[in-house]
Ligand binder design. Structure first.
Ligand code: 13P
Length: 250
């Protein structure tokens, strides 16, 4: 099975009308996408149901977050059970913006990962260091702690079902992308750590995506690296022609 994935994280952008227009454009382009690349879009939670029914077979839908509990008195939250019942099969978890603005920790991410796996939703587990952590030479230890924390207590079979996204925080929305060598170095490290907590076989099947100012102009170079299995794209996923170009960078 191919590990290649291009996923678009729309964050808190677009009206419903704009979202539907973008999906319609993408549906029109999907026939020409490489057949071994899985394409995922992650619109705002409110639009998921509507969009999930309007995407063709080549386009999958992800939530940007979920709550760890199945149901209950958690005003404003949405559970993995509810996502699954709405036709959503992927969920981004632990994005740095959620860690920064909403107090998410490796522990809360881990609980959400487990709730998604219990419902058959594929978690896209985001990890990545801050600029000051990289400048202090701590990028490997930060990434290792977040990876192990997010996947704590999972069996090898469960780890195999996860997608990991390496998003150095200093590269998100800044126009400063990691060089392809910097990305490869961390991705290879993540794969080694995955093999230590599961097996080499499992580590070899997990997709590890790069995120952070990934654009049509730099994607080919980044995606060419052996341990980079695609991208988690922010800004450039909001525009059909850029996202299409990213998918066709493979
Ligand atoms: P940008 O591509 O806008 O830098 O965002 C990356 C990201 O945060 C995807 O989750």
């Amino acid at each position: 099975m191919s590990r290649k994935i291009v996923a678009g994280n729309w964050k808190m952008n677009k009206s419903m009308t704009e979202a539907q227009a973008l999906v319609q454009e993408l549906n029109g382009m999907a026939g020409a996408w490489p057949s071994d690349v899985k394409v995922i879009i992650s619109p705002p939670m409110l639009y998921l149901t509507q969009i999930a029914v309007n995407t063709g077979d080549n386009l999958h839908v992800a939530a940007q977050n979920c709550h760890a509990e199945k149901s209950g008195a958690y005003t404003g939250e949405v559970s993995a059970v509810q996502l699954k019942s709405s036709g959503v099969n992927f969920c981004i978890l632990g994005h740095s913006e959620r860690r920064q603005y909403f107090g998410e920790t490796d522990e809360s991410v881990n609980a959400k990962v487990k709730s998604c796996l219990a419902e058959g939703i594929t978690p896209i587990v985001c990890i990545g260091e801050l600029l000051e952590e990289r400048e202090a030479g701590r990028e490997f230890s930060v990434v290792e702690t977040q990876l192990k924390g997010g996947l704590e207590g999972l069996s090898s079979e469960e780890i195999e079902k996860c997608i990991v996204a390496y998003e150095p925080v200093w590269a998100i929305g800044t126009g400063k992308t990691a060089s392809s060598d910097q990305a490869q170095e961390i991705h290879a490290f993540i794969r080694t750590k995955l093999s230590e907590i599961s097996s080499q076989e499992v580590a070899d099947t997990v997709s590890i995506l790069y995120g952070g100012s990934c654009k049509p102009a730099n994607a080919k170079e980044i995606f060419s690296k052996p341990d980079v299995d695609g991208g988690l794209i922010g800004g450039a996923s909001l525009n059909a022609s850029d996202f299409n170009a990213l998918i066709n960078s493979y």
